[in-house]
Write a protein that binds this ligand. Sequence first.
Ligand code: WTA
Length: 710
Amino acid sequence: MTSTETSAEHMGTTLSEAQIAVHWREEEYLYPPARFVAQANSADPDIYHRFSEDNFPECFRDYADLLDWDRYWHTTLDSSDPPFWKWFVGGRLNASYNCVDRHMKKTPNKAAIIWVPEPEGQLTEAITYRELYRRVNEMAALLRDFCGLQAGDRVTLHMPMVPELPVVMLACARLGVVHSEVFAGFSGTACGGRIADSGSRVLITMDSYYRDGKLLDHKVKADEALEAAGKEGAQVSKVLVFRRHPGEYRSANPMVEGRDFFVDEVIGRYAGQTVEPVSMPAEAPLFLMYTSGTTGRPKGAQHSTGGYLSYVAGTSKHYLDIHPDDTYWCFADIGWITGHSYIVYGPLALGTTTVVYEGAPAYPDAGRPWRIAERLGVNIFHTAPTTIRMLRKAGPDLPAKYDFRFKLMVTVGEPIEPEVWRWYHQVVGKGDAVVVDTWWMTETGGFLGATLPGVKPMKPGSCGPGALGIYPVIYDEEGKVIDPGSGRAGNICIRNPWPGIMQTIWGQPERFVQTYYAKYNQDRASKDWRDWPFLCGDGAVQALDGYYRILGRIDDVINVSGHRLGTKELESAVLTVPEVAEAAAVPVVDELRGRVVEMYISLKPGVTGPSEVEEKAKAAIETQIGKVARPRNVWVVPDMPKTRSGKIMRRVIASISNFADVGDISTLANPDVVEGIRHQVQSRKLQRNEVPRQLTQKELEEIRSYGTAE
Ligand code: WTA
């Protein structure tokens, strides 16, 4: 039985999937304005033919030709060892050269990066391509000569949104060193686990940064990280510490003699030095990006140099419509894949101007993003639904007060509600900007589904058809194709390899095969890529026009403000509290953040003082994962609802937390506990005024099938 059937059954009715889907209103099309089409990088529908299956894989030559190669490749796709695909085999290139040097030669004085500090009184910093070239070279010299790093080594970065972050990434790339940036909002412990997993000997961090008006102490996390990494046997020999205000150290933790070094003190030795970009094979890894899995151990998605860079350059050109003279602002964090692909590598590969903003969206008020856009002349804007919702709530009329005009706007990271979409389009986009809803994930390097903005109309709430050269399919649990227009949901997969796809999970190739391919591969021995559909991990429906509507994750991942949090990771963090016997994390629908986490725990026999344990559980999540994951509530319950085989029924408690019908509980081992938990949780939530609005069918479906994927 599929999880969607299960959920339909648990709606207490006999609704079929088709009937559920019929309740989703089809939204109207909106067409791109002629002015946009006239200047678009691609406006000719024939491009879909060029990227059709008949022309696969050679179609991707188009993307690779956007780069400068030291040696051109001889084989576009080597698929002889599925699912470990190799793109542009025989080719050699350097990512730093492609993002910096070649533009420095043509447009040395153009801004590559414009950095906006959070405090409004601090000055914006424009870094030209020439200056970027200087900084990247000096940093590369430091990494090579001071840290002894060379091609193939891994380095962990735990950096906030400052220009030093892209500089360090590009300096690593210049040497062929594999960078692994951990989102600065993640805790020291989470960072430590990633240091150990990647085998990094160097950590690069910053003493502090601004967020929501406060200067946060960030160096403390480096010390926690090293302690956590040390417990896993990792040896870190050097910690490089940037100072947010060079010369002034703003952390409570002391520097460790012989281990910690201020970059602003050491970099002077490398002033004016240049480092020859190391010519890397196309399939050499460029970076790791860790993401949550359904088990505790994080997965380091390994991305390649040639394939990845080609893919982000190509999609930035066609889908973001980036021209060299645009001012492009992606308001995401470089600590996530969106920032890697569409703040740093894609835009810089195309030689445009990319804006990096340090802080929170509504600081000091919800007009801030629009002031930035007005002041810098931003004409392409890219952000996530969670930010859009927040700005809409805090200042629904503010965009009209500022003089900016976006030609194109992007949404990414979570499904966007048609209502929110329309505000984005009409108010932020002033009815004139094209909206591109881009669906993809850490593992895929770049976009999988989106409307090609100069060619396809927009449809609020749907991401659009497969991206160029991406051939999606929706399968049911048995592997039967679900037809477009049937109204039925299933597991969306990509039938073919593409250049941006991750190469493997760092150090866990078998888990890579297991996680993404095992479900629909029928023959492990097959050498034909057609036998290896890639499981994206999302549920989706496809309309007759070929557009996809993404329903959310099918695995146990909670998407909080566009951050993927693994249920198992959250639960393991709470289980480190000695009093806790069992823990279960569930998603709760939240108007602004999409989903928030709620935790259910049961205590070991004889333990009292639940309120203290609640606090400890929240603190454990904060220190082990990060503030973003902090649960809204921790419910201490006498007993968890379980199946006869002892599995915690997360869908039942998820329904309770969301005030949804708990469905059929007759098969539980202990159905009688449900009513007590419902009363305990819902009465407290009523007191706290935490009743969610009426859930949509789509949300109900997610909640009622939550945790049934295993
Ligand atoms: C979700 C972020 C609906 C999806 C790039 C996916 C989306 C997960 C969209 C990946 C979108 C991303 N519409 N859902 N446009 N974009 N998602 O790895 O569930 O942080 O599987 O990558 O975000 O999150 P990740």
